[in-house]
Design a protein around this ligand. Structure first.
Ligand SMILES: *Cc1c(COP(=O)(O)O)cnc(C)c1O
Length: 598
């Protein structure tokens, strides 16, 4: 039975039981039950389910890994972590995270003024705040104000000019000074799609010369004591550990050199984010073990500290994807299967059919597991010939319809007879005959990284898992854009079930969507963010919390700066009251499609 690679990507967070996908937690509720409960309250369209216990699980994991490594190597520095806000700033995700991670003194990382405001407001007092990215004077002023509020804040400078602005603000105000960190421009760059974040030609960080100049500038102003941290970030989704080791050595030595030059309060190395998440449902793509990763960090820094005779630095991490990806699941109803009409009842056979049609009828009647592959090939050949005959005017539209139907029936039956998994040839043919599943969602809104950088996400149905899926599937969203498709790929085939949507519901779930997708998502065709719900547990009892309904059409129009009063007035002017009332109701619903059950 197909398990959609759940053993590869799911980390035991989900299990298949009784044909249903279940949450492997508390009372092990099925996803379909949650979906039904939400929909009973009349929330239709795509749903984003958030599971705060899963982001907490990742934080627990992170702290345990470093705890183990620190004990094993008798390391003297402390481990700290912050959540990089750019990965997911939405309140339904963020606020439970901050609350749940309280005991770890888990902090936040901000990369813009807006994010810094969030950090200043919601960060646990005393937990670290780090500030990255390019900054102007106003942003640096904000950091001073955060410090005055009592926050433990470190401004990580990306260039010498930022340090000059810090000195300026320090002179002009009587505010307490935030800590300062230096982002180093590494010679050893990361690997993976996002490697631009590190490396000698990186957008970010200070060269060796600039680091020395920064230190001299601090010294000249008698402010060396505000320098506390060395920072690097080699990029997202590291697939191997080697670039990190190189970066650690480089920045570890910079830390030690600066200490020996007199940076007395320098006490921490911030290794950025980059821990990978398993997005593949076909094979493991991350090639390191997490404990190995943490051990390497501790071991490398310990050695450098010993070699250079300085104290072992505290460690900060800013992993975001690793913390957040698994906690959010997108569930979309299937609206339609495009060859649903390919059933025998739709055949319009005649008294006398063209010979090739008669042969197709025989193929369909006589196919068995021994002949499946051969008959499938034959049927495709016949179809091609019949289509040519149609173009030449030798057969009519009914014959053509019969040819399409019969070929489709033969192929479906063949796939059903064969074991889908081990048939390379079948997969090749699948490419020609995939079923199109129309899903009630927008790829641009909900899976922007699929559209933008061909990021895979694990996909699977949440029911029917005790039945063999027989349709090679390509997925269509409801935007009017040909990029709104997840095509079938023979190397990474997605098989789904042949369902009769008039009789049964069918939902697909997309996993690992908690990192970056929410805020990168765009309103192409004016589809809004899906309805989101937090799934929490109290004494083992499931509770649906914080439902945020997908935005209404009228509000989306307002968001893009239309005068909504004007829109209403114009519509009203041309309609009678009753019709307008209906129109107004539609304006106050979201853009997603509504069918009997979707
Ligand atoms: C984006 C970013 C992160 C988070 O990276 P992940 O790959 O999501 O862990 C951490 N630190 C900095 C400076 C970043 O820019």
């Amino acid at each position: 039975m197909e398990n959609y690679g759940i053993d590869i990507w799911a980390d035991d967070n989900f299990i298949i039981e009784d044909g249903l996908l279940k949450l492997n937690y508390a009372s092990k509720p099925s996803l379909i039950d949650m979906v039904k409960e939400i929909r009973e309250e009349d929330y239709k369209g795509p749903l984003l389910l958030r599971f705060p216990h899963l982001s907490l699980k990742q934080i627990d994991k992170l702290f345990t890994l470093y705890d183990n490594a620190i004990k094993e190597y008798d390391y003297k520095g402390k481990f700290n972590a912050v959540f990089p806000l750019k990965v997911n700033q939405l309140p339904n995700f963020l606020l439970p995270l901050i609350k749940n991670a309280h005991k770890y003194n888990y902090g936040l990382e901000a990369g813009s003024k807006a994010e810094l405001f969030l950090a200043m407001t919601y960060n646990k007092m005393g937990a670290p705040i780090t500030v990255n990215g390019f900054k102007d004077k106003e942003m640096i002023h904000l950091a001073f104000i955060a410090k005055k509020m009592g926050h433990n804040i470190t401004v990580i400078i990306e260039g010498l000019n930022e340090l000059e602005v810090i000195l300026e603000v320090a002179k002009e105000t009587s505010l307490p000074k935030p800590n300062v960190g230096l982002r180093v421009r590494l010679f050893n760059s990361g690997s993976g799609v996002w490697a631009k974040s590190g490396g000698i030609d990186s957008k970010f960080g200070l060269s060796s010369t600039e680091i020395l100049e920064a230190f001299e500038l601090l010294k000249k102003n008698d402010l060396t004591d505000i320098l506390t941290m060395i920072h690097f970030h080699i990029g997202s989704s590291m697939s191997t550990i080697k670039p990190l080791k190189n970066a650690l050595k480089e920045s570890g030595h910079i830390y030690a050199e600066l200490k020996n030059l007199g940076a007395n309060n320098l006490s921490a190395i911030n290794i950025g984010g980059g821990l990978a998440v398993e997005y593949s449902q076909f094979q493991r793509t991350t090639q390191y073990h997490l404990q190995e990763f943490a051990n390497d960090v501790i071991f490398t820094l310990k050695n450098i500290a010993r070699q250079k005779g300085v104290e072992e630095p505290d460690i900060y991490t800013e992993s975001g994807r690793f913390i957040s990806a698994s906690s959010t699941v997108l569930i979309t109803p299937v609206l339609e299967l495009f060859s649903a009409e390919y059933t025998p009842e739709h055949l319009r056979l005649k008294e006398v059919n063209p010979p090739l049609i008669e042969e197709l009828i025989e193929l369909y009647r006589d196919i068995n597991s021994k002949t499946a592959l051969e008959f499938m090939h034959d049927s495709i050949d016949h179809l091609e010939s019949l289509l040519k005959l149609f173009d030449l005017g030798y057969i009519d539209l009914e014959d053509r319809s019969n040819a399409e139907l019969l070929t489709n029936l033969v192929i479906k039956k063949a796939i059903w007879l064969l074991e889908v998994d081990d048939y390379e040839e079948l997969k090749r043919i699948d490419n020609k005959i995939q079923e199109k599943y129309l899903l009630n969602f927008s790829i641009f809104q909900s899976l922007p990284d699929f559209w933008g950088i061909q990021q895979e996400f694990p996909i699977m149905p949440i029911t029917h898992l005790d039945k063999k899926p027989t349709r090679s599937a390509s997925l269509w969203d409801i935007t009017c854009d040909s990029d709104g498709e997840i095509p079938f790929t023979p190397e990474k085939p997605l098989y789904l079930h042949d369902v009769d949507l008039d009789k049964e519901e069918y939902y697909l779930a997309f996993f690992q969507v908690g990192a970056y997708q929410d805020v990168l998502g765009m309103k192409h065709n004016l589809f809004s963010h899906p309805t989101e719900i937090n799934v929490v547990f109290e004494n083992n009892e499931l509770k649906l919390e914080k439902i945020i309904e997908s935005q209404k059409i009228i509000d989306i129009l307002e968001d893009i700066d239309y005068d909504t009063k004007e829109i209403k007035n114009i519509l009203k002017m041309n309609l009678d009251d009753n019709t307008y009332r209906i129109l107004n109701k539609y304006l106050n619903e979201n853009s997603y499609l509504k069918t009997a059950w979707s």
